[in-house]
Each structure stands twice: as structure tokens, then as C-alpha cells.
Design a binder for this molecule. Structure first.
Ligand SMILES: [Zn+2]
Ligand SMILES: [Zn+2]
Length: 83
């Protein structure tokens, strides 16, 4: 029986979903979208407006697994594609 290396059980270093660089302490994690990014890399999936100033508890608009800024989400609602 081989011994299991305890290092295998340490959380792997996560990389930014957007730029691929290692993440340090400050990061945005959206587990169900598999997004893990620097605040400065976190952008609207539609218009690329920066969303990095989000804070815990802020609203986040997600549609079709794409992160939207408030403006793009408003447009989406106006387009009626959310019916
Ligand atoms: Zn990044
Ligand atoms: Zn946008």
C-alpha cells in the first residue's frame, strides 16, 4: 500500500479564470459558474465593463451563465428574452 502524500489534500493554488495568473488573497469566487478571478479581471461578459468593485452581498446579474453588468442586464430585460 502506498502512502498518500498529505500535500495532495492541500487546496491547489487557484488561477484566475480570466488571466490565468495565480490568485492571491483578494479574489472573486463564483463557485456555480466556476469563476475564480482577480477583482481587476472580473468583467461583464457582454460589454467588458469592469465589475471588480463588487463587495460581498452586492447583487450580481447572471443570465445563461454569463455575468452581466447592471446596464447589460437592463437591456436584457428590455429585450424580453427573459420570459
Ligand atoms: Zn486575473
Ligand atoms: Zn455590460
Amino acid at each position: 500500500m502506498a502512502k498518500v502524500d498529505p500535500e495532495l489534500f492541500q487546496a491547489p493554488e487557484r488561477e484566475c479564470t480570466f488571466c490565468g495568473m495565480a490568485l492571491e488573497d483578494i479574489k472573486i469566487i463564483i463557485e456555480h459558474l466556476n469563476i475564480c478571478s482577480h477583482p481587476s479581471c472580473f468583467k461583464c461578459g457582454k460589454c467588458s465593463a469592469p465589475l471588480g468593485d463588487l463587495e460581498a452581498g452586492d447583487n450580481l446579474w447572471i443570465h445563461s451563465r454569463i455575468v452581466h453588468c447592471e446596464e447589460c442586464y437592463d437591456k436584457l430585460l428590455e429585450g424580453g428574452s427573459l420570459s
